[in-house]
Write a protein that binds this ligand. Structure first.
Ligand code: ADP
Ligand code: ASP
Ligand code: MG
Length: 465
């Protein structure tokens, strides 16, 4: 089989884990599979880099940069030594040092400029994956596979310049296919996930958790048989196990359900990761690196039999509610259109929309980081009295109840809101897509965990087989 295997940050957390990954991949390679590997940065490295970058901008302290770089260097060198056991590593060390030198220079540049653009953030946060790929690839060679590391750009991932959340251009799929076809079949390429390049050659990132997206882009490009995402969990679960310890892994789930779950905050998958797989109906598997024999979750186009009406509950809490209201909105044509076009112009992504039938009120939910920009743009747009008030509240969370089996089954929404009511959880806003795959609603942030726990229990998700 032609397989894409992506390993997340925890899976490649240190040299010993990398060695384990190398042995795991070798097992599948020896069975005759063609494998392309995508790697995340070592666990925690992207967060550490972002922290150092903001600190460099705020404080301009060059000594702190030197300390940070020497820690990152030591961490990656140790990982390399452990990952290759006793093999010689001089050439890989030299390669890592070249990358680290430009990394240090870039951070020092931020120190002296005192500013950090979106483009700089993307370049800096790319170093985690750029350092990880040569180490993983060396470990593969050390266990007896042929292997070579590549960055996203080197393998043909060309994106728009929407830094921080870049999308692949259509030409990517062809370019990746061409690049991959030039590699010998025996080689297992190790590609840095999360990153691409724009048309000017600047490094872009696909958004946090973007290595899943990279795997799917490559899978679609080469029409892989399956895309396997190796993580630290047993698959896609009924809810975040950190929130509800009774959460159960789902054996099978459809593309649409996973997209709804990840869009509404289930951090197990990047929200756009399924899109490329859908192009060619490529099945996606989510598996546990540390329990590889467990089957994990299979994500497919359509599930044949659906036993559970509700499959999963997810929550997103880094969001803000914006309320646009005013008597002047009643009967005034085009208010909603103006709201959406202003926000689109500002590149604000809208997560939820609801309009009361009185037309005097329009509520939208946006990512918390967009709140200020969105409110300012709306205030500027509506200076003519049509809109009376624009209020915002970031102390909220959106909860989504997901399951394709809900379509056409009466009473699901009733049960959701009854369970919440019985537990004194106040619902601020409700929305249900016409596809009926998802019921989403807004609660106060401090009620979110309880709401998820109540629904998980009420729909017996803890007893799912
Ligand atoms: P990766 O190793 O690919 O980065 P992640 O660590 O991002 O994988 O994904 C797994 C994490 O996602 C888990 O730690 C888990 O707490 C969280 N998570 C949130 N919602 C879910 C869910 N519904 N199913 C599984 N994991 C979830
Ligand atoms: N390293 C990146 C992040 O932490 C991408 C990823 O892990 O998928 O967001
Ligand atoms: Mg992740």
């Amino acid at each position: 089989m032609k397989l894409i295997m992506k390993f997340g940050g925890t899976s490649v957390g240190n040299g010993k884990k990398i060695r384990h990954v190398a042995e795991l991949v070798k097992k599948y390679k020896d069975k005759g599979n063609d494998i392309v590997v995508v790697t995340s940065a070592l666990e925690g490295v992207t967060d550490d880099i972002l922290h150092a970058a903001y600190e460099a901008m705020d404080e301009g302290n060059v000594t702190k940069i030197d300390d940070f770089i020497s820690n990152i260097t030591a961490q990656h060198k140790k990982a390399l030594y452990d990952a290759v056991e006793n093999d010689p590593v001089d050439d890989i060390i030299a390669k890592l040092e070249v990358i680290i030198t430009t990394f240090r220079n870039d951070l020092k540049g931020i120190c002296s400029l005192g500013e950090l653009t979106l483009r700089s953030i993307d370049k800096l946060s790319s170093y985690g994956e750029r350092l990880a790929a040569p180490i993983l690839s060396a470990s593969f060679r050390s266990v007896g596979m042929e292997s070579e590391p590549f960055t996203g750009g080197e393998i043909g991932i060309l994106t728009d310049d929407n830094y921080g959340s870049a999308r692949p251009l259509e030409s990517t799929y062809r370019a990746v296919k061409d690049h991959m076809s030039q590699l010998p079949e025996s080689t297992v390429p190790v590609i840095s996930g999360f990153i691409g390049e724009d048309e000017h050659g600047a490094i872009t990132t696909l958004g946090r958790g973007g290595s899943d997206f990279t795997a799917s882009i490559i899978g679609a490009s080469i029409k892989a048989d399956e895309i396997w995402l190796w993580k630290e969990v047993h698959g896609i679960m009924t809810t975040d196990p950190k929130l509800v310890p009774e959460a159960r892994p789902l054996s099978i789930i459809s593309y649409i359900e996973v997209m709804e779950m990840s869009f509404f905050g289930a951090k197990v998958l990047h929200p756009k990761a399924i899109e490329p797989a859908i192009r060619h109906d490529i099945p996606v598997r989510v598996k546990n690196t540390f329990d590889p024999d467990y089957p994990g979750t299979l994500v497919v186009k359509e599930q044949e039999t659906v036993e559970n009406v509700v499959k999963a509950v997810s929550v997103i809490d880094n969001v803000a509610l914006i309320n646009i209201s005013g008597a002047g909105m009643v009967g005034t044509i085009g208010v909603a259109a103006r709201v959406f076009s202003v926000l689109a112009h500002e590149k604000v992504n809208i997560i939820m929309i609801s309009q009361g039938s009185s037309e005097a009120n329009l509520s939208i939910v946006v990512g918390e980081s967009y709140k200020k920009k969105a409110v300012e743009a709306l205030e500027k747009e509506f200076t003519n009295g049509v809109v009376g008030e624009i209020e915002s509240d970031a102390h909220i969370a959106v909860i989504a109840v997901v399951g394709v089996g809900m379509a056409g089954i009466p009473g699901v929404a009733g049960n959701v809101f009854k369970a919440l009511g019985n537990n004194n959880i106040n619902v601020i806003m409700i929305s249900q897509g016409s596809s009926q795959h998802n019921i989403s609603f807004v609660v106060k942030k401090d009620a979110a965990a309880k709401a998820v726990q109540v629904l998980h229990k009420d729909f017996s998700l803890d007893r799912l087989q």
